[in-house]
Design a protein around this ligand. Structure first.
Ligand SMILES: Nc1ncnc2c1ncn2[C@@H]1O[C@H](COP(=O)(O)OP(=O)(O)O)[C@@H](O)[C@H]1O
Ligand SMILES: [Mg+2]
Length: 409
């Protein structure tokens, strides 16, 4: 439902919270959401602890995360030349230093010859354009795109790689006006326009702080484009995992930012029950202050059931390229139900190594048993610590602690 609302652009500026015990698929759902959103809907995923970085303030880190999650769809009209290449003829000058040439290109309706300069020849060579290819040339930038081989050439199929794409010879005019749409995020526009950083910072990922005046200018410009119909806003999704790690200042920032004109859907996840709000002495459900809680739609996640666990184990084995015997699947499922799903999934890789050692193809129950013996899960580890009374360091003080995780048991 939420995904549908995001796609319709209806949920910008709202917030959701996945609340539930560890290992109940909160992060997994978020990843799934990211995959199912359209390719031009931005999805940003951060862990709350990332906000506490030394190189920028907490609010700057959050602002950047917000702006990474808002897309701007920009429409541009360009003139292109599109058709099937009939012939490329290149003439070298006597010294070989300069090249000139002619490109014959056709659609089903017409055929034209263009003169080629050095740059165009290079671009065509780089794309390995041959007669019979259907290409598109952007007239302003000179960029050549190979759309595929013409169907008329498909008898040459045998000599081609299996990944050759066949397309129809275009119809109509060779020169066309075409609308191209790019989607960039507000953050990308910020970075490209911040004089100190330049666009290279986008690749380095090290963007530093960006001045608020610059952001205001960019927002104004984007609004102008929207009014002129050149651009539209695509609200995306910002996922903040382990949100209880944020402190009170961040929460109040979130509250304000959600009210902003350009806000994405904010999805948060927390595995805390009643917990102290970081930066205060107060306790609150999920470690979130009441005013923020009031704003969010809360989805509670519950531990997976038998059949679901079995299915997830199946998916994971496929991903990791491991075969389990049917018995082993049942044993691992019951291990997952007794310990945690995450622990059980970790055992898959360990059991595979053990199975390999005895040169078996599939992981059997005995391999799982051994892996289970080698590696402790949380519960057994706690019991072991208790049994070691007096022999470990730092054990008397329970710490100030007091935060309670939502318990599965
Ligand atoms: N629906 C699912 N499909 C596949 N794997 C899943 C699914 N739900 C959970 N998992 C796996 O179970 C483990 C725990 O899930 P996770 O989402 O990390 O829990 P949480 O974030 O709630 O603590 C992860 O290894 C995850 O990949
Ligand atoms: Mg998680």
């Amino acid at each position: 439902m939420i995904l549908k609302m995001v796609e319709e652009g209806k949920i910008a500026g709202r917030a959701m919270l996945f609340a539930g015990p560890p290992s109940t698929g909160k992060t997994a759902i978020a990843m799934g959401m990211a995959q199912s959103l359209g390719s031009d809907v931005p999805f940003t995923m951060i862990a709350a602890s990332e906000v506490f970085s030394l190189s920028m303030s907490k609010t700057e880190a959050l602002t950047q995360a917000f702006r990474r999650s808002i897309g701007v769809r920009i429409k541009e009209e360009t003139e292109i030349i599109e058709g099937q290449v009939v012939e490329i003829q290149v003439d070298r000058s006597l010294t070989g230093a300069t090249k000139t040439g002619k490109l014959t290109i056709k659609t089903t309706d017409m055929e034209t010859i263009y003169d080629l300069g050095m740059k165009m020849i290079e671009a065509l060579t780089k794309e390995k354009v041959l007669a019979g290819d259907v290409i598109s040339i952007d007239k302003t930038s000179g960029k050549v795109t190979k759309l595929g081989r013409s169907f008329a050439q498909s008898r040459d199929y045998d000599a081609m790689g299996a990944d050759t794409k066949f397309v129809q010879t275009p119809e109509g005019e060779i020169q066309k006006r075409k609308e191209v749409v790019h989607t960039v995020t507000l953050h990308e526009i910020d970075v490209i326009n911040s004089r100190t950083q330049g666009f290279l910072a986008l690749f380095a990922g090290d963007t530093g702080e960006i001045k608020p005046e610059l952001r205001a200018q960019i927002d104004a410009k984007v609004n102008e484009w929207r009014e002129e119909g050149k651009a539209s806003i695509v609200p995306g999704v910002l996922f903040i995992d382990e949100v209880h790690m944020l402190d009170i200042e961040c929460f109040s920032f979130l509250n304000r930012a959600l009210e902003g004109e350009l806000a994405p859907l904010v999805v948060m996840a927390s595995n805390r029950g009643m917990a102290r709000i970081r930066g205060t002495g107060y306790k609150s459900p999920h470690g979130l202050p009441a005013d923020l809680l009031d704003r969010v739609l809360i989805v509670s996640t519950k531990p997976y059931e038998d059949a679901e666990v079995r299915e997830i184990i199946g998916i994971r084995c496929q991903e990791e390229d491991v075969t389990l015997t049917p018995d082993a699947v049942s044993v691992l499922t019951s291990m997952a139900l007794q310990t945690t799903l995450r622990y059980a999934l970790n055992l898959i890789a360990c059991a595979k190594v053990i199975a390999k050692k005895r040169k078996a193809e599939a992981v059997a129950v005995e391999d799982l048993r051994r892996a289970y013996g080698y590696f402790m899960d949380e519960k057994r580890s706690v019991e072991w610590v208790k049994s070691q009374a007096g022999r470990l360091m730092f054990e008397e003080g329970e710490g100030e602690g007091g935060d309670e995780r939502m318990d599965t048991r």
